[in-house]
Design a protein around this ligand. Structure first.
Ligand SMILES: [Cu+2]
Length: 475
């Protein structure tokens, strides 16, 4: 800093401009040398650099490093990420329309690959790709003028392009319009992308990239900000009741289109595809691979909002889920919380009948077969409520594993199945007050499923025969 000051004999303005920069490469800007020079502030997701306050263009120097490093993809799962700035997604870059950007791409000496950058904000061949092609341990510079405002994806475009993107090489650059964006209370950076690994979702260890899976476009992971759970629990993004929130959302792909949705909110404003068109009152918005969106909403009530790709198996089974925690006081006029939980008895309170699986029940030749067939009936007709392990769900569905109600009088269960059951009962010391619908099963199937239940999960055995069921049915 002192050296810079010693050499500077210009106006006070130029002293200030240079003093604000932490590290300035000698600018080689051709035209318009009275444009002030600034060092771009880069941030790692979910953080966003501060809004630009100047109302004139500047020369903005960007120094971005490509580095390959092992990191966490999910609990127990590591991946060798190729990154812009050491993180996935890459550093957020914020400039203003009309700015002249001097872009320095520095490829870390430890890299095994050459890398480059294609910024969708660039007007020029390859978005800068050829001009920024950089071997390990080298540095490249190119410059561009930001002609169009908007939120743009950048990514590596070194062959094989798909692989460089699949390994994590993408990020966002915001080109603010003249006059900037309207002020909001909170801004966050979120980028969706997929990972294609040799092992299945959750398979532990260092997982290599799987080209075959990438070609078929069936990823093992779909994530926000580079890993499963990057923004959940203590790492959730936050806001307070009454605040306005703006999310800069990108989709690095490489393949999938995102149906971006926030569970528990409605987008007041959507800058469609990151451009000028503003839509209002939107539930889910499409983010193309290699595209973006800006969404804005006001948080009115406290709680945890869940950010998802509403292609919903991606959210709950592949990782595309993040959290926005909203703190503050309840507003019961907008959202009441749960006001009642009562038993629902349609059509005036009679016990309902649910249709059986319709599978023709083969006649069991012996008890072992009866148990085998009974398990199939259980899986199709009982498992949803009483659970695969027979333990039920506390407060809702009683257990069949170790149920004193069942094991005391096994034949009573025939009536439960044929007629259904409702009202208060005690099972293994706990009260239940639910409704078990009558199931439409043949005598064979009732005998099979109860025999299975009596012999499963450590229950003490026994057999129910079709004859017993027939006599209870009364024919
Ligand atoms: Cu690359």
């Amino acid at each position: 800093m002192t050296t810079i000051k010693k050499n500077t004999r210009g106006t006070i303005a130029s002293v200030l401009t240079i003093a604000m920069c932490t590290f300035v490469l000698p600018a080689i800007s051709t035209a318009n040398s009275n444009r002030p020079i600034e060092q771009a502030i880069l941030t790692a997701a979910p953080l966003v650099p501060p809004p630009i306050t100047r109302n004139y263009p500047a020369t903005v120097v960007v120094n971005l490093e490509t580095i390959e490093r092992v990191g966490r993809l999910s609990d127990g799962v590591d991946y060798t990420f190729w990154t812009f700035g050491g993180q996935v997604p890459g550093s957020f870059i914020r400039i203003r329309v009309g700015d002249y950007v001097e872009f320095n791409l520095n490829n870390h000496p430890s890299s095994k690959m050459p890398h480059n950058i294609d910024l969708h904000a660039v007007t020029g061949p390859g978005g800068g790709a050829a001009s920024s092609f950089t071997a390990p341990g080298h540095s490249s510079r190119f410059s561009f003028k930001a002609l169009n405002p908007g939120l743009y994806v950048y990514h590596c475009a070194t062959a094989p392009v798909g692989m460089h993107i699949a390994n994590g090489m993408y990020g966002l650059i915001l080109v603010e319009p003249e006059g900037g964006l309207p002020p909001v209370d909170k801004e966050y950076y979120i980028m969706q992308s997929e990972f294609y690994t040799k092992g299945r979702y959750g398979e532990e260890g260092l997982q290599p990239f799987d080209m075959a899976k990438a070609l078929t476009e069936i990823p093992d992971y779909v994530v926000f900000n580079g890993s499963v759970g990057a923004m959940v629990g203590d790492n959730a993004i936050r806001a307070n009741v009454g605040e306005t929130v703006r999310l800069y959302v990108g989709n690095g792909g490489p393949n999938l289109v995102s149906s971006f949705h926030v569970i528990g909110e409605i987008f007041d404003n959507v800058y469609v595809e990151g451009g000028d068109l503003i839509n209002h009152n939107v539930q889910s918005t499409m983010v193309p691979a290699g595209g973006s969106v800006i969404v804005e909403f006001k948080v009115e009530v406290p709680g945890t909002l869940i950010l998802v790709d509403h292609s919903i198996f991606r959210a709950f089974n592949k990782g595309a889920l993040a959290m926005l925690k909203v703190d503050g006081a309840d507003n019961l006029a907008i959202y009441s919380g749960k006001q009642a939980d009562t038993v629902y008895l349609p059509e005036g309170g009679g016990i309902q009948t649910i249709a059986g699986s319709g599978i023709k029940s083969a006649k069991a030749k012996n008890k072992a077969e009866r148990i085998l067939f009974g398990k199939r009936t259980y899986d199709q007709n009982c498992l949803a409520c009483h659970q695969p392990n027979g333990k039920g769900i506390p407060g809702a569905f009683p257990p069949l594993a170790g149920s004193d109600y069942l094991l005391a009088k096994p034949a009573r269960a025939i009536d439960v199945l044929l007629k259904g059951l409702s009202g208060e009962i005690a099972v293994s010391g706990k009260e239940y007050n639910g409704v078990m619908p009558a199931v439409q099963l043949t005598d064979e199937s009732v005998a099979n499923v109860l025999t299975y239940v009596l012999n499963a999960w450590g229950n003490n055995g026994g057999e129910i025969t079709p004859g017993q069921v027939a006599s209870k049915r009364g024919h």
